[in-house]
Write a protein that binds this ligand. Structure first.
Ligand code: SAH
Length: 218
């Protein structure tokens, strides 16, 4: 589905989306037009419980199920931009939640593919339903423990962890392709958004920004 070909029930969200995008641009969290386009094509109100739809375009995390949250839009935008995706890439996300972030990644890789792992069965099926309603075909949701990753599908060009980890699980670094990037919020109470790159000589940190708060990777 394309939000631009919206139904009547979607139209009331258009102005709210426009103003959210304006806020994200003005605060420097949304810089790339292709990411803006993905935000417009993957409407966030499809990924929150019906009772929360009116809040879907506020720049806040929202409780979904099992005490978990859909991430704040500006954080999704920043993480997506920092992951520096290309068409055709194979990507692993840890922490499917609502499926919104993985759908945005899916939009950006075109004929590439997203694998996303979620530990809560109920959330995995919530995310599957959300993707189905939007007809998204290049995102696969797997119920399991994301700390183990998905060795059978590795290597991945990109890996995104959307839950806070004390340190990046080494198994995930093993599954990253050479020259691949991994982004994760690292830390205990407050996390640093960290981008790592796998090089010939080992893992190097290429970006790090303090002050983020995610639900924990368990
Ligand atoms: N990316 C999501 C939001 C993620 S919230 C979205 O777009 O909505 C973090 C998610 O990580 C939660 O759903 C939580 O259940 C999941 N999680 C926590 N620990 C995990 C683990 N070990 N393996 C897989 N998922 C995990």
């Amino acid at each position: 589905m394309n939000f631009l070909n919206k139904s009547d029930s979607d139209k009331k969200f258009q102005l709210k989306l426009d103003s959210l995008i304006e806020i994200m641009k003005n605060t420097g969290f949304l810089k790339e037009s292709k990411v803006e386009s993905a935000f417009r094509k993957i409407p966030r109100h499809y990924f929150v419980p019906e009772s929360m739809q009116d809040q879907a375009y506020e720049n806040e995390p929202i409780l979904i199920l099992q005490n978990q949250t859909i991430s704040q839009p500006s954080v999704v935008s920043r993480m997506t931009e920092w992951l520096d995706l290309r068409e055709g890439q194979k990507v692993l996300e840890i922490g499917s939640g609502s499926g919104w972030q993985s759908s945005i990644l899916g939009n950006l890789v075109g004929n590439g593919k997203i694998f996303t792992v979620e530990r809560h069965a109920k959330l995995a099926s919530f995310a599957k339903d959300n993707l189905k309603r939007l007809g998204i075909k290049n995102v696969k949701i797997i119920h399991g423990d994301g700390r183990i990753g998905l060795p059978e599908e590795s290597p991945f060009d990109r890996i995104m962890i959307t839950a806070a980890c004390r340190e990046v699980p080494s198994k995930l670094l093993d599954q990253l392709a050479l020259d691949g990037l991994l982004i994760a919020p690292v830390g205990e109470n407050i996390q640093s958004l960290t981008v790592l790159k796998k090089t010939q000589t080992g893992i190097i940190e290429i970006k790090n920004q303090k002050g983020y708060v995610f639900v924990p990777l368990l």
